[in-house]
Structures are given as C-alpha cells and as structure tokens.
Design a protein around this ligand. Structure first.
Ligand code: BGC
Length: 336
C-alpha cells in the first residue's frame, strides 16, 4: 500500500516537473497580468473589455491598477515575478520601464504595450494601439474642413491643449496637428492669441482634466475678453468637458472643439451640439486585437501585426498592430 502511495506521489511529481519545465503549468500559463492606469474613464472601459475577452477564453486575469508611475513600475515587476503567460502594460510613463524590464528579462515573460509605447528596452514584445499619427491628423483635418482653411477661410482664433508629457501619444497627437496647422498659423488664417503652441506650454499635467481648468480660465481672461475664441484643440473628451464648462461659466459662446475617446459624456455633448466631434478609439476593437496578441504569445505563435516601422523605442522597432480611429460628429452619432 505504502509502496503504491509512493509510486503515485512520485508519478505526480514527475508530471508536475515536466509540465513546469516546458512552461505549461496551467496557473502560470493561463494567468495574464494587466497593468493599467486609473487616470481616465477610457482606461476603465479598456480594462474591463480586455478582462472580459481574457476570462471568456479561460484566462485568469491579474488586474493591477495604479495612479502613479512609480507604483505602476513596481506592480509590473511584481507581476513579472509571478511568471504569468503575459503582462499587458498601459504605461503611465512611456520612459519609466527600461531599467525594470531589463532587470526582469530572465523571467522570460512576454510584455505587450497597450495603447502607449514603452521606450528604452527590447523586453517589449509587441505593441497594440491605435494609429496615433492618424488621431492627430484626423482632428486637424476636421477643423481644416469646417473652417474652410484650404480655400482661405479665417482668420479664426484657436487655442491648443495637449495630453500629459510622460505619455508618448500626447506628443504624437500635437505633432500631427501642428504639421497641418503650422502653415495657417504662419499666414494668419489661424491666430493663437496666447502664442502658446509649444508642447510644454499646452500640456495638461498627467492628463488630469481638472489640470486644464486654471489654464483655460487664464486664457479667457487674458486674451478673449471681448474677443471670440473660435476653435480649441482638446486632446481628449474629459479635457474638452472641463474647457467647455469654463467657457460656459465665462459666458463665452461654444467653440468648435474636438476630443478623443468617445466618452459617453462627450457623445451626449455632441448630440446636444456642445462638442463638435470626438475621435473614437473603440475599446472593443483595440482590446480584441490585444486579446488575440496575448493568446498568440501564450500559444507561442505570431500575432496579427500591421506595422513594423513606426514605433522605434530607441532599442528596437516594436512590432505593432495599429487600429484605425474614427471621427464621431453629429452626422454619424446615431450609429454609436
Ligand atoms: C490615450 C487616450 C487617453 C489618454 C488619457 C492616451 O494615451 O491615447 O485615449 O484619453 O491617454 O488616458
């Protein structure tokens, strides 16, 4: 009897060692750590959509939410050390992970950068995002059309806001907007009365929408007392909401204003004619792509990639899948 027990235990141990040895331990392999910020509602939507896709497929999700970059780096390291099948990171600071990911390379855990690229390390396996150049371009082209700029429209007063400085996307958005607006600012069809067009002058710290309030208040008081502010670039819907709120308080007419993310509050404002448009980055589309990427890396196969040149993170060009953003305004809002 004792001998039989011993044989059974020995057989079990052998199976366990074999399974662990070839990396197929169910607990390790089937767990996916998702490390996201809690800074805007869009992260919540992305987080729950990704969690749903993963859990429906039998993955266990270790969801880690953080509000500061230091906290997030620590969470990612902690997650990697549990040897999950994959870690998905929505970086608060695109540049904060290089050292930590170098130091945890020996764990051989695939890392997928979600929405925001991670700089300075080849430990990033893939990048799932939207075409961020196209986001900025779409915002500027919309204004170019409505303001009839190509046919000489203007002069129109315009002010700019950009996202948080530690997020690479913020820089891409503004760069692409300025690429289209620069000629109109130079020839006077667009007039930025504050003169604040550099990233450092227009960034909204950490993407926290309330951080935009003091600046719009000051701009209105200093430059638009008796002048109309015709157009505003808001980098996302939450920030657009705060700007519009301050304009209303100041008794200013509603400007042409964009946003990003298709937040429910922004869709309401678009319906009511308060916000001109938003750029939708549908969480279902991006998270489905990301989910398939996770599945591929866990299964040891190659995921669907559509970009191998744009996201040079300083150490490698990170293979990416970039989804296509979509404009939502009053003309198509009923479809959403
Ligand atoms: C994302 C936006 C989001 C912003 C704030 C950016 O990186 O691309 O969709 O609104 O971060 O979280």
């Amino acid at each position: 009897m004792d001998k039989l027990k011993f044989l059974c235990v020995a057989a079990l141990m052998t199976i366990t060692v074999l399974l662990t040895g070839c990396g197929t331990s169910t607990s390790g392999h089937k767990t996916v750590a998702v490390c996201f910020p809690n800074t805007t509602p869009s992260w919540e939507r992305n987080g729950s959509a990704l969690q749903r896709y993963l859990e429906e497929d039998g993955f266990k999700v270790d969801m880690k939410i953080s509000s500061t970059s230091d906290e997030q780096v620590a969470q990612v390291v902690e997650a990697i050390k549990t040897k999950p099948g994959c870690v998905v990171v929505g970086a608060i600071d695109s540049s904060a992970f290089a050292q930590a990911l170098e130091e945890t390379k020996s764990y051989n855990v695939p890392i997928i950068a979600f929405d925001r690229i991670i700089f300075g390390t080849d430990a990033v396996t893939y990048y799932a995002s939207y075409d961020n150049d196209a986001v900025g371009e779409a915002q500027a082209l919309y204004f170019e059309t409505v303001l009839n700029l190509r046919k000489g429209g203007g002069p129109y007063n315009i002010e700019f806001f950009a996202g948080g400085t530690t997020d690479n996307n913020s820089h891409i958005f503004l760069r692409n907007i300025m690429k289209i607006f620069d000629p109109y600012l130079n020839n006077g069809q667009l007039v930025c009365r504050s003169g604040q067009t550099d990233f450092d002058q227009v960034t909204v710290k950490d993407w926290y929408a309330e951080n935009a309030r003091p600046r719009i208040k000051e701009l209105l008081a200093k430059y638009y007392n008796g002048e109309t502010l015709h157009a505003i670039i808001a980098p996302n819907d939450e920030i657009a909401g705060v700007i519009l709120d301050e304009m209303r308080r100041a008794g200013q007419p509603i400007p042409l204003i964009c946003g990003l993310d298709a937040d429910p509050a922004a869709l309401e404002r678009i319906k009511n004619g308060q916000q001109t448009f938003t750029v939708a980055k549908d969480p279902e589309v991006l998270t489905l792509k990301c989910f398939r990427m996770v599945k591929a890396v866990v299964d040891g196969t190659v995921p669907d990639i559509n970009d191998v040149k744009t996201y040079d993170n300083g150490v490698k060009v990170v293979p990416a899948y970039l989804c296509t953003p979509q404009i939502i305004d009053r003309s198509n809002i009923d479809q959403f």
